[in-house]
Design a binder for this molecule. Structure first.
Ligand code: HEC
Ligand code: HEC
Length: 207
C-alpha cells in the first residue's frame, strides 16, 4: 500500500520537477555563468561548488535539472525559508533562463568531494534510515528516490557529501513547510530530530 502511494508520489514529483529543464547553454551564457560562479556564487558556495561553511550547500556534481529548478524557485520566490529569502532570492532575482541553465551545467560538471566522517554509530544509524526508512514513523527509504549511493536519480537531488548542518536544516524546513515541497514534507513528517541528525551525518560521510 505504502509502496504504491509512494510510486504515485514519485511520478507526480518527477512531473513537477521535470518542468524545468537545464538546456545546453550557448557560449555567451556559459561565459556569463562561469564569471558569476567564480566571482559571485563562489564567495559562499566555494570554488567549483565545494563550500567549506556548512550553511552554504555544496553544489558540485549536483543534478543540473535540480539546480535549475531551485534557481527558478528562488527567482520565483517559492522556495521560502529565511536563508533562502535572505541569501538566494536576491542572487537569483535577475538571472535569465539561459544563465540559470549554464550555471546548472557548470556546477553539475564539477567533481564532488567526500564529506567529513562523523561519529561512526550515528552514521550507521543514518545508513539504516537511508536504506530502509523507518516503519515506526512511516518514513520511506531515502534510497528509493535519491539512489542507493545518494548521487541522485533523474531529477531527484544528490545528497552525498552535503554538509550535515545544511541537510538537517532542509529536513526541518520540509517538516514545517517553510520549504514547501509535498513529497519531502511527507518524508520529513515522520522523522524525529535525532533521526534527522543521523541521516544527515550518514549523508555527509558519503563519497
Ligand atoms: C551570500 C552567500 C551566497 C551567495 C553569494 C550565493 N548563494 Fe546560493 N545559497 C546560499 C545559501 C545560504 C543557500 C541555502 C538556502 C537555504 O538554506 O534554503 C543557498 C542555496 C543555493 C542553491 C540550492 C542548493 C540545493 O542543494 O538545494 C543553489 C542552486 C544556489 N544557492 C546557487 C547559487 C548561485 C548560482 C549563486 C550565484 C549566482 C549563489 N547561489 C550565490 C548562499 C549564497
Ligand atoms: C518519494 C521520493 C523521495 C523520497 C523517498 C525522499 N526524497 Fe528527499 N527529495 C525528493 C525530491 C523530489 C526533492 C527535491 C525537492 C525540491 O524540488 O525542492 C528532495 C529533496 C531532498 C533534500 C534537499 C536537498 C538539497 O540539496 O536541498 C534533502 C536533504 C532530502 N531530500 C533528504 C531526504 C531524506 C533524508 C530522505 C529519507 C528519509 C528522503 N529525502 C526521501 C524526493 C524524495
Amino acid at each position: 500500500m505504502m509502496k504504491r502511494s509512494l510510486t504515485a508520489i514519485a511520478v507526480a514529483c518527477a512531473l513537477v520537477v521535470g518542468v524545468a529543464r537545464a538546456d545546453d547553454p550557448d557560449p555567451i551564457a556559459r561565459a556569463t555563468a562561469t564569471r558569476l560562479a567564480v566571482g559571485v556564487c563562489g564567495t559562499c558556495h566555494g570554488p567549483r561548488g565545494i563550500s567549506q561553511q556548512p550553511k552554504y550547500p555544496r553544489l558540485a556534481s549536483q543534478n543540473a535539472n535540480y539546480l535549475a529548478a531551485q534557481l527558478k524557485a528562488f527567482r520565483g520566490q517559492t522556495r521560502g525559508d529565511p536563508d533562502a529569502i535572505g541569501y538566494m532570492w536576491g542572487m537569483a532575482g535577475n538571472l535569465e533562463d539561459s544563465t540559470i541553465d549554464a550555471l546548472a551545467q557548470y556546477y553539475a560538471s564539477q567533481p564532488a568531494i567526500v564529506g567529513r566522517h562523523a561519529d561512526a554509530a550515528l552514521v550507521a544509524r543514518g545508513k539504516s534510515i537511508y536504506e530502509q526508512g523507518l516503519e515506526s514513523g512511516g518514513v520511506p527509504a531515502c534510497a528509493a528516490c535519491h539512489g542507493p549511493d545518494a548521487h541522485g536519480v533523474g531529477d531527484f537531488p544528490r545528497l552525498a557529501g552535503q554538509h550535515a548542518q545544511y541537510v538537517l536544516k532542509q529536513l526541518n524546513s520540509f517538516q514545517t513547510n517553510m520549504r514547501n515541497v509535498a513529497v519531502m514534507h511527507g518524508v520529513a513528517q515522520g522523522l524525529k530530530s535525532d533521526e534527522m541528525s543521523a541521516v544527515a551525518a550518514f549523508l555527509e560521510a558519503q563519497p
